[in-house]
Design a protein around this ligand. Sequence first.
Ligand SMILES: Cc1cc2nc3c(=O)[nH]c(=O)nc-3n(C[C@H](O)[C@H](O)[C@H](O)COP(=O)(O)OP(=O)(O)OC[C@H]3O[C@@H](n4cnc5c(N)ncnc54)[C@H](O)[C@@H]3O)c2cc1C
Ligand code: SF4
Length: 454
Amino acid sequence: MENLERFIEYDPAGFTLREAIIEAKRCLHCAKPHCRMGCPIENEIPDFIEAMAHGNLGTASTIIAKRSNLPAVCGRVCPHEKQCEGSCILNKQNKGIKVGKIERFIADMDGELVLTPAVIKEKKSGQIAVIGSGPAGLTVAGDLAKMGFSVTVFDAQQEAGGVLMYGIPEFRLPKQVVRREVKKIENLGVKFRLNTMIGPNLTLDNLFEQGFDAIFIGTGNALAKSLPLPGTKLPGVVQATYFLQMVELANQGSIDPIEVPIHNGDNVVIIGAGNTAIDAARTAVRREAASVTIINRDRESHIAALASEVAMAREEGVKFISLRSPVELIGEYFVTGVLCRVIDDPGETKELMPTDKTTILPANKVIIAIGQRPASRIIGSTKGIEVDKAGYVKTRDIPYGMSMRSGVFSGGDVVNGPATVVKAMKDAKLVAKGIAQYVEAKKLMEKCGLKMTD
Ligand SMILES: Cc1cc2nc3c(=O)[nH]c(=O)nc-3n(C[C@H](O)[C@H](O)[C@H](O)COP(=O)(O)OP(=O)(O)OC[C@H]3O[C@@H](n4cnc5c(N)ncnc54)[C@H](O)[C@@H]3O)c2cc1C
Ligand code: SF4
C-alpha cells in the first residue's frame, strides 16, 4: 500500500495515477489506429490505453507484455514524436495522446507492485545462448523464454542492459528502471552470465560444445568511430561512449569519480551532433563543465539529434555552432582547442561550400561523437560468419536472422547499424521466431536420428 501511495503522487516527469487515467480517457480507440501503425513493434496501443482509462492496470500491462519486454524503457527513451505519438490522429487538433507517458506509468506500476507475476511456461527442449544483453539480446531472451526454451545470456559487462545501462544517461533512463526490466526477464527463467566476454578465449564453438542448440549474437556497435584528424591522440580527447560509460561506472561505485574524463570547470567541445553527442553534452553540463559547445559541419536545420533533445540541451546551457568542420585538434602536451574550417551556406537549396577561413574553438576537453561500428572479437575467433565491408553481420531471411553459419543468429545494431532501442527490439522479435523454428526442427531431426546440415 505504501508503494501505491507513492505512485499516486509519482515522480514529476511522469504521470500521476489521476493524470494517466485522464489522458487515457481522451483516446478515441480508433478502428484504424495510426498510433499502432507508427509503432515499430506494433504495440496494441488503443487496447492498453482503454484498459488504463478504466483503471485496469494489470490488464493494460498484460496487453503491453504481449509485444514488449522493455515497456518502462520504451516509455522513456523511444522517439515517440516520430512514432506512436507523431502518428496519433488527435495531432490534427494539436491534442495528440501522450502514449509514451501512459506506457511508462503502466510499466512502472507493474514493475513496482508486480501486478502481473511472471508465468514460466512448461519447458521445451532446446538451449539458446544469447550474446549481448542490450535491447536486442533481452528481447530474444524474453521471447524465447516465454515460448518455453532455456536461455542463457552472456555479457562482457558487469551489469545487463547494453546501451541502456552504459550509454543512455541516468537522467534520461534511471538504471533502477533497467534493472527492474532485466529482473522481469530473469523471472521468466532466463540465466545471466555477466563479466563474460565471448571471443577469443570463450568462442562460439565452445558454446556449441557446452550443449547450446543455437546462438544469438546481439553485440551492438561496440567500437566508437575514430576521427581521422591530427591531434586526436592528445590527452583531453575522449570518445563520447567511453565518457558516458565511465560516468555510469562511477555512479555504480566501480571506479573513482576522478577517473571520469570531464570535470568541474572544463571547457568542452563536442564533435558530432547526433543523440550520443547530446547525451554527452548534457552529461558534461551535469558534471559542472564551465562551457559545453557542440560543433556541427551541417546546417542548424540538419542537426541529426531529435529536436526535443536539442531543445532540452539548449535550455541547460549547451551552445550549438553549425557550419564548422574540424580540421585539427590542437595542443602541445594537452588539447587546447579545435581548429575548424568555416563552411559557407549559400541557401537551403544550394550545396554547402567550405571556405578558406578557419577559426579556433578553445577547449581543454574534446569529446568525439561521430558514431559507432561493430567489434570483430567474435567474428575473428570463429569460422563461417560473414560480415559486410563495415563489419555488420550478414543474415538470411529463412530462418529469419540466421547468419551464414548454421545455428548462429544475429540481430539488432550489429546487423542493421546504429538505430534505436525499439528497432533493435523489432528485429530481435523476428529473430526469436527464426531461432524457435530452427531449434524445433533440429530437435525433431535429432529424435529421428538425423543431423542438421547447412
Ligand atoms: C549514448 C546513446 C544514447 C542512445 N539513446 C537512445 C534513445 O534515447 N532512444 C533510442 O531508442 N535509442 C537510443 N540509442 C540507440 C540504442 O541504444 C541502440 O540502438 C540499442 O541499444 C541497440 O541494441 P543492441 O541490443 O543491438 O546493442 P547494445 O545495446 O549495444 O548491446 C550490446 C551488448 O553486447 C555486449 N557485448 C558486445 N560484445 C560482446 C562480447 N564479445 N561478449 C559478450 N558481450 C558482448 C555489450 O557489453 C552490450 O551489453 C542510443 C545509443 C547511444 C550510444
Ligand atoms: S491514434 Fe490516437 S486517438 Fe486513435 S487510438 Fe491511437 S492514441 Fe488513441
